[in-house]
Design a protein around this ligand. Sequence first.
Ligand code: PAF
Length: 282
Amino acid sequence: MQTVSQLVPLRSAVDALKADGLLALVPTMGALHEGHLTLVREARRQAAHVAVSIFVNPRQFGANEDLGAYPRQLERDSRLLEGEGVSLLWAPTAEAMYPAGYATNVSVEGVSSGLCGDARPGHFDGVATVVCKLFNQVRPDLALFGEKDWQQLAVIRRMARDLDLTLPHVDRIIGVPTVREADGLAMSSRNAYLSAAQRAQAACLPRAMQTAIAAMRAGTAYAAALEALQAELLAGGFSSIDYAQVRGADSIGLQDGPGEEPGRLFVAARIGGTRLIDNMPV
Ligand code: PAF
C-alpha cells in the first residue's frame, strides 16, 4: 500500500492504478471500524484497486462541534487498510486540501435541507466540497459510502449528477448497508465517545426505531409513532433528540404518512455530549 499526502505524487499513483483496471474510492475521516472495512471489502470485490482517503475535514464541523476531539489514529488505520489489501492511502495534509486563499464552496440545495442539514448548518456544504475535491483528486471509477449517513449519500449523488462528475469518472456511487453491533447499534467512529453505561443505553436507539417502524407498518399514525419513539429514547437514557422524522428516501422530503416514495425513518439523538444518528426503511 502506498501512502500519499500531497497532490503531485497522488496524480502519478492514481495514473498507475487506473492503468491497471477499475479504481474504487472509499472516502473516510479515519478512526476506522468494521463499517469502513466492509466498504473496503465491497470496493475490492468491484474494482482492481482500492484507494481510501483519510481526512478529518474541518469544513464539515460546526464551530461548537467535535473537530478537536475527533479520533485521529493514522498509524492504526494504515495497518488495518494494509491488511485489507488497499492499494493507496490518500491522507492529505490540511494545506494540500485547502491551501492558503482557498475560497470555493459546493452547496447542494434541496436534499441538504432538513435533518442534519438543519441541525448542523453548513455541514453538507463541507461534505459536498470535500467529496467533490476527493473525486477530482482521485478520479475513481466508483466510490462507496455507508448508508448510515443516508442524507450525505443523497447530497453526494445529487452533487455528482449536477456537476457532471459521473462522467468521465465516478461512474457509480454505491451505498453500502449500515454495519451494526450485536445489539443493533450502528457502527460509528463517534461510538468511541460513549462511556460503558452510555454504550449500553445507546442500544435503545435501534430498538426504539424498530418498534416505531412496526407500529407505522401496522397503521399507527406516523406522528403518534414518532412521539412514542422520542419518549422511549428519553426514558432509555438519551438526553435530547435533534430529530425523529420519516422522509422520502430519495427526495429527503418530509412524509406524514405512507406515500408513493419509499419512506425512511431518520433519528439523531444525544447521550450526554455524543450525537448518534441512524436511519431505517419504513
Ligand atoms: O462520512 C464521512 O466520513 C465523511 O463525511 C466523508 C464522506 C469522508 C467526507 O469528509
